[in-house]
Design a protein around this ligand. Structure first.
Ligand SMILES: Cc1ncc(COP(=O)(O)O)c(C=O)c1O
Length: 397
């Protein structure tokens, strides 16, 4: 017998993965060029040359036992110092190495935060704002914690504050936010963050314990039109920043990211040790050494992300001209238009008939939208446009 909790869901993969796998099968039939797979958020630009050069230099010149050895659980001192210095330069912060815990990408950063902030099976709740990255639910429920969902505000995909205020309660331990946002591409404005901070401060005082913000920021650098992304700790003290090099350095397979917190948070003196205790329990024996060293030396580098902005511009203009409704993405490599019918899953199935592979918004706990990941070559975006046109014509009759 195996654990019931997991046998009950064994073999279930995410809808996004299912569509991605379908795309591979379909490509074998009609040719890869004729499948317009906009399902998965895998960066389509290479890591900066500097990243590979640095990895090679490190392997050739640094002590092999260190390069391939066990890292310390919190991460290498010099990597954490380099990250702290980078954040201090960019955001005028006062981080030092003990404010940084290295993690296996953003996924492990956020799942560690959920367990650090909420107690297993104790009625604790973590808030999520729809539409949201589907893994949040899996991680929060896996931590034995209740997910409190705030429904989407499709007008601009900022936060639905009336609902948030009505659902805050004595069990609320944290809220996870994600800006720039997957799936909408929207950046939360300063006004949104100020309002969120004021509400959480008041509620923390009322309930007599801090409610944290977990700020999931893997797309922080991927913004367009010279937009700046407000840095959440500037607005709210009790913030845990979760970051990843998966998107900004196009390194999703290397699994490297971090959690950052300031000395001003409520539990600063025990935060690093508590994150370490959770990581131990989960069997995270640190982050691969080689890529910690690469990040140390490439901390200011960024992939050439210009193709994402080009693709955003082409798609937003063409889709809206055709009659699709969508909020203009400020960043990421996602766009989240309205479906042409209420049933998002049915809409995506009809799109599949044109070999357009898009993800229904139900995966992100939101109605009647679809997500398109445009981290693909621009030519593919352009070749897909007539198919989106055919699809809308099919609906309009
Ligand atoms: C919003 C969001 N958070 C977290 C992650 C996980 O990123 P990582 O590859 O760093 O684990 C992703 C990945 O797509 C994401 O979109």
């Amino acid at each position: 017998m195996l654990a019931k909790k997991y046998t009950a869901v064994a073999g279930q993969s995410s809808v996004i993965r299912e569509i991605f796998e379908y795309g591979k099968k379909r490509a074998a039939v009609v040719g890869a060029d004729n499948v317009f797979d906009f399902s998965i958020g895998n960066p389509s630009v290479p890591a900066p040359e500097m990243v590979n050069e640095t990895a090679i230099r490190i392997m050739q010149t640094e002590d092999s036992c260190k390069v391939h050895g066990y890292p310390s659980a919190v991460g290498y001192d010099d990597t954490r110092e380099a990250i702290a210095a980078n954040l201090n330069r960019r955001y005028h912060m006062q981080y030092h190495k003990n404010n940084i815990f290295m993690t296996i990408g953003a996924a492990s950063a956020i799942s560690l935060c959920f367990r650090v902030l909420a107690d297993y099976g104790q009625d604790d709740e973590i808030m999520v704002c729809a539409p949201y990255f589907p893994e949040y639910k899996c991680f929060i429920e896996g931590a034995g914690v209740k997910v409190t969902e705030i429904s989407a505000d499709p007008k601009d995909f900022q936060i639905n504050f009336p609902e948030l205020e009505s659902k805050l309660n004595v069990h609320t331990r944290a809220i996870i936010i994600n800006s720039p946002n997957n799936p909408t591409g929207v950046v939360y404005s300063e006004d949104t963050l100020k309002k969120l901070a004021a509400i959480l401060e008041e509620a923390s005082n009322r309930f007599g314990r801090p409610i944290y913000i977990i700020s999931d920021e893997p797309y922080r650098e991927i913004v367009f039109d010279d937009k700046t992304v407000p840095y959440v700790p500037h607005f709210y003290k009790n913030t845990l920043v979760c970051y990843s090099y998966s998107k900004s350095l196009s390194l999703p397979g290397e699994r490297v990211g971090y959690i950052a917190f300031t000395d001003e948070i409520s539990d600063a003196d025990i935060m690093l040790g508590t994150i370490g205790a959770v990581a131990r329990e989960m069997g995270y024996v640190g982050v691969p050494s080689l890529f910690q060293m690469v990040v140390r030396d490439c901390v200011d580098a960024l992939s050439d992300i210009s193709v994402y902005e080009t693709n955003r511009n082409i798609l937003y203009k063409a889709l809206t001209q055709m009659g699709y409704q969508c909020v203009k993405p400020d960043g990421t490599f996602y766009i989240f238009p309205r479906c042409l019918e209420e049933d998002a899953e049915n809409f995506c199935k009809r799109a599949q008939k044109y070999d357009l592979l898009v993800v229904p918004s139900t995966s992100f706990s939101c109605d009647s939208h679809f997500r398109l990941s445009y981290c693909v070559p621009t030519k593919r975006v352009e070749r897909a446009l007539p198919l989106f046109e055919k699809l809308i014509k099919e609906y309009r009759g």
